[in-house]
Design a protein around this ligand. Structure first.
Ligand SMILES: [Zn+2]
Length: 289
């Protein structure tokens, strides 16, 4: 097996490893997002509970003040009943009036704070429902991730071993080139050479369509031990079996061409000016890409 055959084997296994890893990664990413969402909700819950606690403390403060004021009013009422001195009587009456006025204000503010506390409690209840929903989604994501890990785990282990075996057959320098290109192209490290026109010695990179020089094609036709990268997309170029057989078929076709007069009229002769123009146009088009 030549270098390019070994690189193609590595490429095939590498692509499978990448596909499986992508599956696991996306399940993991989805699960992580659900976890983050729940952590955020837990933080919001703590904030709401702190708010509620503070509001309840304020309401309790008002209630205590109010109870003390009521006690004082009861005491003053007693004093009022037993008072004989008109001046003292008026003083008690004045204090009671002040306390009554204060009471109205305290009650109003207590009601406001209680309303806020109730609203906060409602938000906590709604929040709990959201947390329950999100927890269900998170649990589902966890189950999917576990299932994915179970499915993929064994197969990934096998493939990674296979990948190491394939990589071991390739010399260090070439393997590093492959790894770098595979990383840059997300696993698309190899590109088949497209034969645009064998007769006009026009070839293109099967991946990015940029022109490939005839020398590259000639080299890869004669040996499978050369590592040549596309000048534009850096992919490692190779000749597929299809391209090899296409190039060997072209020769007999050309030999038959003069006899194929009818085919030429129909535009089927590869040597006809129309065919040449077509080839040329196709090549020009790919060159612009
Ligand atoms: Zn290319």
């Amino acid at each position: 097996m030549g270098l390019l055959d070994n690189l193609l084997t590595l490429h095939r296994v590498d692509a499978q490893v990448r596909a499986l890893r992508t599956r696991v990664d996306s399940a993991q990413t989805y699960f992580n997002r659900q976890e983050r969402e729940l952590a955020l909700l837990a933080k919001q819950r703590t904030d709401l509970e702190t708010q509620l606690k503070q509001l309840k403390a304020v309401v309790h403060g008002f209630e205590t003040d109010q109870a003390a004021a009521q006690e004082r009013v009861a005491k003053l009422r007693n004093e009022l009943n037993t008072s004989t001195n008109p001046k003292q009587y008026q003083a008690i009456l004045n204090e009671m009036k002040v306390l009554e006025n204060q009471k109205d204000d305290v009650v109003k503010r207590a009601v406001e704070e209680m309303t806020r506390a109730e609203e906060t409690q409602k938000r906590i209840d709604l929040h709990a429902a959201t947390v329950a929903e999100r927890t269900k989604v998170r649990d589902l994501a966890k189950a999917k991730l576990d299932e994915c890990l179970k499915d993929v785990g064994d197969r990934l282990g096998e493939l990674e071993q296979e990948r190491r075996r394939a990589a071991d057959l390739i010399p260090d320098r070439e393997r590093k080139v492959f790894d770098r290109v595979a990383e840059e192209t997300e696993g698309e490290a190899m590109a088949d050479i497209t034969i645009v026109s064998l007769r006009h010695r026009e070839f293109a990179c099967g991946s990015c369509n940029i022109e490939v020089p005839f020398e590259t094609y000639a080299k890869l036709s004669s040996t499978s031990d050369a590592l040549i990268q596309c000048k534009a997309c850096t992919r490692i170029l190779y000749l597929s079996e299809e391209s090899r057989s296409a190039s060997s078929e072209e020769k007999p076709k050309r030999a038959k061409a003069p006899a194929a007069g009818a085919a030429a009229a129909a535009g089927g002769d590869p040597d006809s000016p129309e065919a040449i123009a077509r080839d040329k146009a196709k090549f020009e088009k790919t060159r612009k890409l």
